[in-house]
Write a protein that binds this ligand. Structure first.
Ligand SMILES: *[C@@H]1O[C@H](CO)[C@@H](O)[C@H](O)[C@H]1NC(C)=O
Ligand SMILES: *[C@@H]1O[C@H](CO)[C@@H](O)[C@H](O)[C@H]1NC(C)=O
Ligand SMILES: *[C@@H]1O[C@H](CO)[C@@H](O)[C@H](O)[C@H]1NC(C)=O
Ligand SMILES: *[C@@H]1O[C@H](CO)[C@@H](O)[C@H](O)[C@H]1NC(C)=O
Ligand SMILES: *[C@@H]1O[C@H](CO)[C@@H](O)[C@H](O)[C@H]1NC(C)=O
Ligand SMILES: *[C@@H]1O[C@H](CO)[C@@H](O)[C@H](O)[C@H]1NC(C)=O
Length: 243
């Protein structure tokens, strides 16, 4: 009994340690620059290796003998990485990564070695391409909503004002661009029994959401307006004696 309890406590402590050791996450915006933080105790004989662990330990950026050493850098990172040279002597080995891609996502290791020892730290990079624009238009009896260049995969939803009773006949397709971003598009059948509705389409990721709205002019309402103005014209003509 006591042994099981001790075992449980040990498991719990291990769990707490593993939770607190989760790698810090860095959110980078697609195509922009992003900084992966790393700190160490500055001493001589400094060696820095930035490694993308999740891509089979790819060499991202190295520094030793007082300068950048990019001989083993993998193609993906060519011309996109730098250290802050003026910060290195302050124990700052943060990496600047430019023109962030979806493929850059994953776990990175910052390995530093000096005459006083070795330090390893990890960061997890997440790429985000927020929803930046939602387009909506009507083509015959369909309303088309679309948004492009989003990451991670967005969700698209339809709604009406006032809320509609019936399920909206919609079809959504998702496509992947060469840059691994998502294009999303949805087509909604407009029913004639629901005139005068306003249709809204929302595209969302965890990061943000955007809504586009279109009003289908009510055929019934339009006909009613024409009807009323005709009656009014007839009425005026009769009473003013115009012919
Ligand atoms: C990196 O930049 C240099 C000079 O600006 C250029 O010659 C080289 O082709 C570039 N390499 C890549 C992989 O873009
Ligand atoms: C490391 O240097 C960069 C660039 O100057 C700076 O933005 C960052 O805050 C520095 N990190 C620390 C912990 O000082
Ligand atoms: C909702 O649907 C029910 C039956 O399907 C119908 O009787 C009712 O009139 C509808 N309400 C609206 C607001 O369309
Ligand atoms: C869109 O269509 C799906 C079935 O294809 C349906 O489950 C969903 O409710 C529809 N969306 C709306 C907003 O009506
Ligand atoms: C995604 O949308 C962009 C912008 O409209 C377009 O240039 C590209 O061809 C689309 N890609 C796919 C796979 O649909
Ligand atoms: C949509 O974005 C707004 C901010 O623009 C936010 O307040 C809201 O919670 C978001 N809604 C959802 C469902 O994500």
């Amino acid at each position: 009994m006591a042994r099981i309890m001790i075992l449980n406590i040990l498991l719990f402590i291990t769990f707490l340690l593993s939770v607190s050791e989760a790698d810090p996450e860095v959110s980078c915006v697609f195509s922009e620059s992003c900084m992966l933080p790393c700190q160490f105790q500055f001493r001589d004989n400094l060696l820095i290796h930035w490694i993308q662990v999740s891509a089979g330990d790819s060499a991202v950026h190295s520094y030793y003998e007082g300068r950048d050493q990019l001989g083993h850098q993998v193609q993906n990172f060519k011309n996109r990485t730098s250290l802050f040279q003026d910060q290195i002597s302050r124990g700052n080995a943060s990496l600047l990564l430019r023109r962030v891609k979806v493929q850059d996502e994953g776990k990175y290791k910052c390995y530093t070695s000096t005459s006083s020892g070795i330090k390893e730290s990890f960061v997890s990079l997440k790429t985000e391409a927020p929803v930046s624009k939602v387009s909506i238009s009507q083509v015959e009896n369909r309303i088309i909503c679309s948004s492009e260049g989003i990451y991670p995969q967005p969700e698209l939803s339809w709604s009406t004002i006032p809320p509609s009773n019936t399920t909206l006949q919609n079809r959504t397709t998702v496509q992947r661009t060469v840059e691994k971003l998502y294009n999303i598009s949805s087509s909604l059948m407009v029913s004639d029994d629901d005139p005068g509705l306003t249709y809204s389409c929302t595209v969302r990721t965890q990061r943000n959401n955007m809504t586009a709205t279109i009003s289908k002019p009510s055929d019934l309402l339009w006909r009613t307006c024409v009807e009323i103005s005709n009656i009014f014209i007839t009425f005026t003509q009769q009473h003013l004696g115009v012919k």
